[in-house]
Ligand binder design. Structure first.
Ligand code: BJW
Ligand code: ZN
Length: 246
């Protein structure tokens, strides 16, 4: 596979690389993206009905079932060749992964340098007293599954960041740091429309980094990045790694 030579050159000489990943990173592991027409979860469900605090208040059982379903899918999913390439790469170069994904496939591939800016499917907590609750995924039997109750009477909610909610302060601070310190940012599999995560690429660029996009489709960010590579995560990242460390 043809790897953009400028990207190989940048990657070889970079002192610090930050990889910003989105749902497309896990698409080849069988997890649907949010907005892709055919497979996106939101083709069947209205995201505004599900991924918001308002939906949680109005119909927690519907929202809980949706996340249980995604948790069940995650249990049977495996990291793909792209996740594995990043884990291998980070053994010999300074690489930080900033992910918008709520799955744990980067970690399962062996990456230890992962910053989760939109939370995780594996960290439910009480929506009232915020006490963590063990992730106990059961395949939902229907569209609605009542969420467990906390000892305080509150409801256990998914440990993810919904629209209108603040990103976890510590994680986002580390993401900003990773964007500011890198000299190459590789943006993989994100549509670039959800802020503030999407702004990290502009932040890296305004701090002098080159920004490369790996995505089979045009995105909101495409016109601004320095290198556009129309390829998928699981094909491009291993090919890039092979060129950087032949
Ligand atoms: C492949 C591939 C392959 C396919 N290989 N690629 C107006 C203007 C600006 C901002 C706002 C606004 N109104 C509201 C906002 C703020 C809002 C926002 O950004 N909204 C926009 C939609 C406009 N942001 C927020 O609310 C954030 N909080 C915040 O701003 O706090 C401050 C605040 C507080 C109060 C009021 C206002 C502001 C929080 C955002 C939280 C996002 N949460 C979600 C759900 C997480 C839980 C869950 O998983 O259910 O995060 S939404 C969803 O989008 C999820 C994702 O992480 C995120 C990004 O999606 P992603 O990863 O890019 O996926 P897709 O599907 O969009 O794209 C997939 C891509 O992969 C495509 O490009 C494909 O081509 C590609 N692909 N196969 C490589 N094999
Ligand atoms: Zn509680």
């Amino acid at each position: 596979m043809e790897v953009p030579p400028t990207l190989v050159e940048k990657a070889r000489t970079a002192r610090s690389i930050t990889v910003l990943t989105g749902a497309g990173m896990s698409a080849e592991s069988g997890l649907p993206t949010f907005r892709d027409a055919q497979t996106g979860l939101w083709a069947r469900y209205d995201p505004m009905t599900l991924a918001t605090p308002e939906a949680w208040r109005e119909d927690p059982a519907l929202v809980w079932a949706w996340y249980q379903k995604r948790g069940a899918m995650l249990q049977t999913a495996e990291p793909n060749a792209g996740h594995l390439a990043l884990a291998t790469w980070s053994k010999f170069q300074d690489i930080r992964i900033v992910t918008q994904n709520v799955d744990d496939l980067h970690e399962r591939a062996g990456s230890t340098n992962v910053i989760h800016v939109h939370g995780s499917l594996l960290t439910p907590y009480c929506d009232s007293c915020h006490t963590p609750y063990p992730a106990d995924v059961e395949e939902p039997t229907g569209e609605r599954v009542p969420p467990p109750k906390c000892a305080c009477g509150g409801l256990i909610r998914p440990g993810v960041v919904w629209f209108g909610e603040m990103l976890p302060e510590d994680a986002f601070a580390r993401a900003i740091d990773a964007a500011q310190r890198c000299d190459l940012m590789i943006v993989v599999g994100t549509s670039g429309i959800v802020y503030p995560a999407a702004g990290l690429a502009q932040l890296a660029q305004s701090n002098g980094a080159s920004v490369a996009e790996i995505n089979p489709a045009e995105t909101e960010a495409s016109s601004q990045v320095d290198i556009r590579w129309r390829a998928t995560a699981a094909t491009a990242l291993p090919a890039l790694l092979a060129q950087v460390n032949p």
